[in-house]
Design a protein around this ligand. Structure first.
Ligand SMILES: *[C@@H]1O[C@H](CO)[C@@H](O)[C@H](O)[C@H]1NC(C)=O
Ligand SMILES: *[C@@H]1O[C@H](CO)[C@@H](O)[C@H](O)[C@H]1NC(C)=O
Ligand SMILES: *[C@@H]1O[C@H](CO)[C@@H](O)[C@H](O)[C@H]1NC(C)=O
Ligand SMILES: *[C@@H]1O[C@H](CO)[C@@H](O)[C@H](O)[C@H]1NC(C)=O
Length: 723
């Protein structure tokens, strides 16, 4: 960090030479800050201080999660926290007023530092966000965040921030009392807008620092309504219990961090600061060591890796996309494409279909305008890059065509041939099929090296994952181009070999759930077995959402491809359901009825009467049933790695969590095996195998790991693994 005196004000700049985004080399930077401030306090060399980042874009980044992971005991982590807490408390108690000047992200430790200061000024830039995202990594703010926030923004405001981890804009922060003053960002001049904004911010902050020192601005915060409310013991008590109940419901008691956050806040308020800080440092130490936090941090790091193009830039950058099929999927893909600056054609066969597609895309941006997240000029500029049409004009300059047409091989072949006839030789043909092997689609191609699968998940704008599927003919350059497109669309990308990773895992979960139904377990109970493990929705609710007919189609394909291994429940049940029009949410009923409340569909119960099987008494506990579901889907994941369908455990975990909702606190099937123990899982599966047969035979990879407990999918440090 650099220090600069502007008359009576010391301007301290954080800077970090080593990285473009400011990564906090924690102890080093904080020590430096401690030294600099120590001198100021000792020699009274200035009357006030401004803290500002030397790099625009980020005030001060949070603690480095890899560094935390390198600590081996919670005591070690606790003492790191205490060090930071001590410094921040000294800042808070400084007689020399300290102003935080914020431009860019001010998250985690950055926010904790800012809140320890006496006054906060933030730019109104879009990049300026404040927040405490630690909870999303299974942690809590460990440098006083749980202690200061309630005093600044009230109990409810603080719980909202701490428990959601959401980003808060500068405007919101001002309203909440999290920042004291806003400044407008500047446009370009002789220097870049960023530089000009930083300079202006610094100038304003220096002025405020002077005013604070000269008592022109009072140091005490004005009393807010919640100060009075917080003063009432019974009201606080009620708040703690309401919040705790809400968190129990939301987390199903599966995540420890939110409860620790509530405890720390409560301890600080009810027992005083010293007790609060101690609780915070100790809780942080404990949380860092939990499997939940390790899993969430692993996923976080994994996502960062999957947001990089590990295949290098393609020979020719993809600029122009054409999308075939303007249905929900096609329109969704068009939306994320124009949004990120691709020139995009949306084609379907009828005027009606394309205008509906256009409407959908337009509406998505218009909603942003209404929410003031975008101005109407931006909306119109983006929409001007989207053309809708029923013919192939313009395809002669397309770099990539993504088809999302009806799932029928003949239709796909017809479309592929038409497209190849009108597109240039370098144009890539990407198919969003979920049920047909890409290889079979590519069989009709003149340029099979240009054919690839890009598997979007519905709804495209919300689901972060994209699976990219290659065949043995797909060229490396085609892969690199497809990955670059998906990344530019803002997606997390995992690459698969031929096959359908997420589909296979989800399918096996579904087949075993069907079997449970036949054994007399209700659909509600069956879904509960999955949700109580941490899935957001159970397999039957998912199938109703996706469509029972589509579920049937996929299951049939899987059974055809994998034979008896895929069996379990009887697909006849699902066939009869489709025949009777029970197609899930879209037809109003499926496994469940969707009236005012969701309930089991009696028609399905009726169908089940013809498919009952007796449950073997050896395997009937809730635990057993739960692990029947899980072990099948986990075994399937491992098999995909064994078969080379997925490239690494990390991609398998990311695909599972973001593709079919594998519970994040378990980190994905591979990390789960590491944590739970392969040997434990194998012995469970062997018991199931004795009763049910080869659907429960553990795969070789799982057996290998069970035999040798030192074999893990993840080494101690989760980042960069296997790459
Ligand atoms: C919050 O903002 C940061 C920095 O801009 C960003 O990396 C992060 O993804 C955002 N988080 C959420 C939940 O939007
Ligand atoms: C429209 O497309 C062009 C060419 O791909 C791109 O340069 C431009 O940024 C896009 N416009 C918007 C508003 O995204
Ligand atoms: C595209 O892929 C999604 C995700 O599997 C699938 O739900 C959808 O049916 C596919 N759509 C088309 C038209 O290929
Ligand atoms: C696990 O994999 C093996 C193949 O190695 C297979 O035979 C078995 O059926 C699979 N089990 C489950 C539960 O999917």
């Amino acid at each position: 960090s650099k220090i600069l005196y502007k008359e009576d004000v010391a301007v301290i700049r954080f800077s970090d030479q080593t990285s473009k985004v400011c990564v906090n080399k924690q102890s080093l930077q904080l020590h430096e800050l401690a030294d600099v401030l120590g001198d100021i306090w000792l020699y009274r060399s200035s009357k006030s201080v401004v803290l500002i980042s030397g790099k625009p874009g980020c005030f001060l980044a949070g603690a480095d999660s890899n560094m935390l992971q390198s600590c081996t005991t919670s005591e070690e982590v606790t003492s790191l926290c205490e060090e930071a807490q001590k410094l921040f408390r000294r800042i808070e108690q400084s007689r020399v007023p300290i102003v935080a000047a914020i431009h860019g992200s001010c998250l985690s430790r950055g926010l904790e530092l800012a809140t320890a200061c006496h006054y906060r000024i933030a730019t109104k830039s879009k990049e300026t966000v404040l927040g405490t995202p630690e909870v999303m990594l299974g942690l809590l703010p460990g440098a006083g965040g749980t202690q200061r926030l309630p005093k600044m923004v009230g109990l409810l405001g603080a719980f909202d921030m701490l428990l959601s981890g959401k980003n808060i804009t500068a405007d919101e922060a001002k309203k909440m009392g999290l920042v004291d003053q806003l400044v407008d960002p500047l446009g370009p001049g002789l220097k870049s807008p960023e530089e000009r904004t930083m300079e202006y911010l610094e100038e304003v902050a220096v002025g405020v620092a002077n005013d604070l020192a000269n008592k022109k601005i009072p140091l005490t915060r004005e009393k807010k309504l919640w100060d009075a409310v917080m003063g009432l013991g019974p009201v606080r008590k009620m708040m703690y219990s309401t919040i705790t109940k809400r968190v129990q419901k939301q987390t199903k008691n599966l995540y420890p961090a939110p409860f620790q956050i509530i405890e720390c806040v409560k301890t600080g308020i009810e027992q005083g600061s010293d007790a609060g800080y101690l609780a915070e440092a100790q809780s942080f130490g404990k949380l860092v060591m939990t499997s939940e936090s390790k899993a969430l941090i692993g996923l976080h790091n994994g996502c960062l890796l999957c947001k990089k193009n590990r295949f290098g830039p393609p020979e020719k950058e993809v600029k122009k996309l054409a999308i075939l099929g303007a249905g929900l999927m096609g329109a969704g893909i068009a939306q994320v494409s124009v949004d990120k600056g691709f020139t995009t054609i949306l084609k379907d066969t009828t005027e009606d279909a394309i205008s509906k597609g256009y409407e959908k895309v337009y509406k998505s941006f218009d909603t942003k305008v209404k929410k003031k997240a975008m101005i109407s000029f931006e909306r119109d500029a983006i929409m001007s890059n989207l053309s809708i049409q029923t013919d192939y004009s313009g395809f002669e300059s397309a770099d990539m065509v993504i088809e999302a047409v009806f799932e029928d091989l003949n239709v796909k072949h017809k479309v592929l041939k038409e497209v190849e006839a009108v597109t240039p030789p370098h144009c890539i043909f990407a198919t969003n099929t979920s049920a047909l092997p890409i290889r079979d689609i590519a069989a009709a191609s003149k340029r099979p090296e240009k054919v690839i699968g890009i598997h979007y998940f519905s709804p495209v704008d919300k689901m972060q994952l994209v699976e990219i599927i290659t065949t043995d003919k797909t060229s490396k350059d085609t892969l690199a181009a497809a990955v670059s497109v998906a990344l530019k669309q803002g997606k997390i990308v995992v690459t698969d070999g031929p096959g359908f990773y997420t589909m296979r895992c989800m399918g096996s979960l579904f087949m075993e759930s069907l079997r449970l139904l036949q054994e007399g377990v209700t659909a509600t109970k069956s879904d509960f077995l999955a949700t109580s493990f941490g899935f957001n929705v159970g397999p039957f609710a998912v199938t109703d959402e996706v469509g029972v007919d589509i579920g049937l189609h996929i299951s049939e394909m899987l059974c055809k491809a994998f034979g008896s291994r895929y069996e379990g429940g009887s697909l006849e049940i699902v066939k009869t359901m489709v025949e009777k029009g029970l197609k899930g949410c879209k037809s109003g009923k499926g496994f469940f009825l969707y009236g005012k409340t969701k309930s089991v569909n009696p028609e399905v119960e009726e169908i089940l009467k013809n498919h009952q099987v007796t449950a073997p008494s050896a395997i009937s506990s809730e635990y057993d049933m739960q692990y029947r579901l899980l072990s099948r889907c986990i075994n399937e994941s491992l098999m995909c790695l064994q078969e080379g369908i997925i490239a690494s455990p990390l991609e398998g975990d990311i695909g599972a969590v973001f593709g079919y909702g594998f519970p994040p606190m378990h980190g994905g099937p591979f990390r789960f095996v590491d944590t739970f123990g392969a040997d434990r899982l194998v012995s469970l599966m062997k018991r199931f195998e004795d009763v049910y047969g080869n659907q429960f035979t553990p795969c070789q990879l799982l057996l290998d790991h069970a035999k040798d407990p030192s074999k893990k999918f993840y080494e101690s440090s989760p980042s960069l693994l296997q790459y």
